[in-house]
Design a protein around this ligand. Structure first.
Ligand code: DGL
Length: 285
């Protein structure tokens, strides 16, 4: 334990990473956090690898130079799949944690050995995901569904003038994608475990639950990522020992619509709007 008050940087293409931030704050109540939502460039999952990589590097550099972060959490499956390897080689001494679809935990939970995975097209099309899938096959069947449009609709659902239409679109997409995956339930041959392979999807888990039924386990990654962050901070000797002032605990930034981030932070984490700000123009493009 130390007096190292430098914050932990967290970023996502938008508001999805707030689900990871919530778990991080719970696991590490004495740490400070700076969160960047790259809303102006969401969804990452439908962009090129070169673009996602360029944005991930720009955000990491910004967090290091402007906020002097002591660790970085890439709270986005898509950015992790595309850029974590390069981020690690550019910043070899920075504790870095990524998120990936929780296939191994799902395998341990499933009784029917039929597991659903929903994620962005960028994640399911990545080499990293192909390797992960290969490493866990173990006689189980994984039904993988790319959910084009879903992360964007979840982003839009926080913007007051688009919320109603976005909510309708979310319902339609969730129905379409879950129907395409086959039967959910606990009987043999049914999908009994569903991996939420995009951090945005945690915020529609109630709607998902209503579609797949009460017997299906929904698996997300916030908590294991928070525990891994604690382990890395402890190993580096960077864990902060005592509470920090409330005003210092959290700052949220967006490259996009400030009102959208404020609404999402309030709706899902109960956070006051004054914690949210726009990023400097240098990070906007
Ligand atoms: N929340 C992100 C993820 O976990 C990305 C969603 C997107 O921007 O496509 O994959």
């Amino acid at each position: 334990m130390t007096t190292d008050q430098r914050p932990i940087g967290v970023f996502d293409s938008g508001i999805g990473g707030l689900s990871v931030l919530q778990a991080l704050q719970k696991e590490l109540p004495h740490e400070r956090f700076v969160y960047i939502a790259d809303n102006a460039h969401a969804p990452y999952g439908e962009k090129s690898e070169a673009f996602i990589s360029q944005r991930s590097h720009a955000i990491a550099e910004h967090l290091l130079a402007q906020h002097h972060i002591k660790a970085l959490v890439v709270a986005c499956n898509t950015a992790t799949a595309v850029a974590i390897h390069e981020l690690r080689s550019r910043h070899p001494t920075l504790p870095l944690v990524g998120v990936e679809p929780a296939l191994k935990p799902a395998l341990a939970l499933s009784q029917t050995r039929r597991i659903g995975v929903i994620a962005t097209r960028g994640t399911v099309g990545s080499d990293k995901f192909a390797r992960l899938l290969d490493s866990v096959q173990d006689g189980a069947q994984f039904v993988v569904q790319a959910c084009n449009g879903l992360a964007l609709a979840i982003e839009q659902s926080t913007l007051p003038d688009q919320a109603a239409a976005a909510q309708e679109h979310i319902t339609h997409l969730l129905k379409t994608y879950t129907q395409a995956m086959g039967r959910f339930g606990s009987a043999p041959g049914e999908i009994d475990t569903l991996v939420l392979g995009c951090t945005h999807y945690v915020f529609v888990q109630n709607e998902l639950r209503a579609l797949v039924g009460p017997d299906v386990q929904l698996v997300s990654t916030g908590e294991p990522v928070a525990r891994q962050t604690r382990r890395l901070l402890a190993a580096a000797g960077f864990l902060h020992a005592s509470p920090v002032a409330e005003t210092q605990r959290l700052h949220l930034f967006t490259t996009g619509d400030l009102k959208g981030l404020q609404a999402a932070a309030k709706r899902w984490l109960g956070l006051p709007p004054h914690l949210c700000q726009a990023v400097p123009a240098s990070l906007q493009t």
